[in-house]
Each structure stands twice: as C-alpha cells, then as structure tokens.
Design a binder for this molecule. Structure first.
Ligand code: FES
Length: 378
C-alpha cells in the first residue's frame, strides 16, 4: 500500500512541468528511497583512465565479434569430412570440433567479459535504502520509475559511448549470427541434390558404383584396416553378425576402409535363422529373393529415430531397439510388432559370390534406411 501523503503528490499540471531530474527525486521520495551514495564513476570527463576503460570494454566486444566470425568460418569452411588417422589431412580434420568449441566459447566469453567490465567501470554503484510496498503501481509511480530508469541509463553514459555501443553490437551480433548459423546450417541440406550419389539421403555405402562391382559383407574386427569377410559357414543357426560394405578396390585404401565402418547408414545385421524358423518366414512383396537360404540382412538403423537396433533375440526371432523398445520381426521382413516404430527395417538383398564363397550385397537397399524425413513418401 502506498504511503504517499497528499502534499507529496504533485497535481497533473505540476507533473507535466517537471524535468527528469525532478521526477527522479520525486520518485525516490515517494518510494521512500534514500540515496545514500550515487557517485559518478567518472566525475572528470575525458580523462585518459576513462578512455582506457572504454577501450578495454570495446576490445572484449571486438574479440567476441572476431571469434564469432571465426566460428562461422570454421563451421562453413573447415575440413570436416572424416579422415582416417595417419593419413594426410587428419590433423586438420581432428581440429574441427575443438575449433568450433574454442571460437564459440571465446565469442560468448568476450560478450560476457565486455558486459561485466562495462557494468563495473561505467554504471554508477549507488547505495540506496528503500521501504517495501505491497501494492500495485500508480500512474505517478510508473512515470517516476520510467524517469529513474532513463536517468540511470544516462548516468551509465552509454548514449555518448559510441565505441562501446558499436563494438557491443558487433560482438553480440557476430555471436548471435554464429549461433544462428550453427542451429540452421545443419538443416540446410537438399535431399534431392545428387539423388543417385551414394552420399545422398536416398542411398547408403552399399550402393554399387559401377555395374558388376562386388560389394562384400565385412565384419568389424576392432582394427579399421583389417578386412575380414563373411561366409555362410561363419554363422551358426540363430546367430547374428554386424557387417559393413567392402570393395576389393578399397583393400589398400585406409581412408575408405575406416569410412565404411563409420558411415551411420552402413551397419547391417546378418542373421542366420534356424531351419525350422526359416520355414515360417513371410516375405515382403518385391523382396522375395533378398535372402540367401536362411540368411537375412536387415539394416541396423531403427526406422523410428535411427538408433542402432543391436539386439537380436534368437528364441523369438525379434530384433529389439534399445532406445524406445521397438521390436521387429525377423521372420516377417523386419516389420514392427511393438513400440513406436511404424516402418519395417530395410532389407539388404544378399547372395554368395560363386568365385570366393563370401557374402555379397546384390544391390543397395531399395528404400532409404532409418527415420522418416519430409521428402520421403513411404
Ligand atoms: S529409435 Fe528405435 S525405437 Fe526409437
């Protein structure tokens, strides 16, 4: 409740005539605020110390701006495509993430330190004592508080410090721009571009790049450059093995060998059903010959949100995704039978190479693997 006495309160005409200083004083008085100290941080204007302080603030904002632009540059132009260890370009590639963190961190730090320094050096540190009120604000209170805020703003001298204003705008702007590019940049990818390339959203590393090319099924041994191919007799009934694409042309290419293991849509589960289960299989139209006997190959990428569906329960022939507990039926073309996934797991058409006896992929998947995206129709 306001404790203003009638003699404290000016008439509407008097209020309209009052200067901002008068309003500040009146506001303090009406609010029961006693300004014990209200020192001007720079009573003598234009001193060298004041200019030095101003330049220090501006310097931090400029650091923020430069770091913000550097972040955008790193995000857009730094080599970020995977490079295998011990090959040319690995050092630069390995710096991509640290550089993103360092430049964005420095930009945020610059804005923060600049703002703190400005508050410390230019905002008056008043000491005031105020009685608490518990009612809403009257028009009079609103007018006086606005005057007080404007006055406080003036006393920080920001209005006449164009160097600080410009550098702060530049620093905060560059930092904001960097964060915007970071947030939106990853979404700007045209899924229709290079539709036939194996690097598009429509294909995986299993895509045959030339007619007649053999793409073998390779297991991961823990050593990226070691090639271990899979034959039918390697799997016992009820077993599952995770496999990746391999081409003879890549045998000595360490970069390609590592990349094949790392590409997110490459992992495939090769499952050998028990013979009695194999007889119960229901095939999807158009995929009748995708299996090789009791061997079935399904993408490991969950059709819900793309987690690896790493769990195969041979007793029930279910493939489980640990993320949100979707389950897929390995006896029925990987169709979802439980959980949030609504699409089947893509099936890789496989065969055995007559020449070598190893498994090969007869083609890429006939549909995109993993979760849905806007342009996907199925
Ligand atoms: S990602 Fe597999 S169930 Fe959600």
């Amino acid at each position: 409740m306001s404790s203003n006495t009638p003699q404290d309160v000016p008439s509407d005409e008097e209020l309209a005539q009052m200067s901002r200083d008068d309003l500040v004083k009146l506001g303090n008085k009406l609010d029961g605020v006693e300004l014990v100290e209200y020192p001007d941080p720079w009573p003598v204007k234009g001193t060298r110390a004041e200019k030095r302080a101003e330049r220090a603030v501006a310097l931090w904002f400029l650091i923020a701006a430069l770091a913000g632009f550097a972040f955008i540059g790193v995000f857009l132009f730094w080599p970020h495509a995977y490079v295998a260890p011990n090959t040319d370009g690995y050092f630069m590639y390995s710096l991509f993430t640290p550089m993103l963190g360092a430049t964005l961190g420095l930009s945020i730090l610059g804005v923060g330190v600049g703002a703190l320094l400005y508050m410390k050096k230019f905002v008056p540190h008043e000491v005031a004592v105020q009685q608490r009120n518990d009612s809403g604000s009257s028009e009079l209170d609103k007018a006086t508080i606005l005057a007080e805020l404007a006055d406080a703003g003036d006393r920080t001298t920001i209005a006449r410090r164009s160097l600080i204003k410009r550098s702060a705008g530049l620093g905060a702007g560059a930092m904001g721009l960097g964060i915007g590019v970071f947030a939106i940049g990853g979404l700007v990818r045209d899924p229709w571009a290079q539709t036939e390339s194996k690097d598009s959203l429509w294909h995986t590393g299993w895509k045959h790049e030339k007619p007649g090319e053999k793409v073998f099924l390779r297991r991961a041994t823990g050593h990226a450059h070691e090639v271990s191919l899979v034959r039918p007799e390697d799997l016992s009934a009820g077993a599952m093995e995770t496999v990746f694409p391999f081409r003879e042309s890549e045998r000595e290419d360490h970069h390609a060998l590592s990349k094949a293991l790392k590409r997110s849509d490459n992992p495939v589960m090769l499952i050998r059903l028990r013979s009695e289960d194999g007889r119960k299989v229901v095939k999807h139209q158009g995929q009748e010959d995708f299996n090789y006997g009791d061997y079935y190959a399904y993408t490991k990428i969950c059709s819900h949100l793309g987690c690896p569906t790493s769990l195969y329960e041979d007793a029930t022939n279910r493939i489980l995704c640990p993320c949100h507990q979707s389950q897929f039926d390995a006896l029925a073309y990987g169709k979802p039978i439980f959980g949030p996934a609504t699409r089947k797991l893509a099936q890789l058409p496989i065969a055995v190479d007559e020449e070598t006896g190893y498994f090969i992929a007869r083609s890429d998947f006939i549909e995109p693997v993993g979760p849905a995206f806007w342009e996907r129709k199925s």
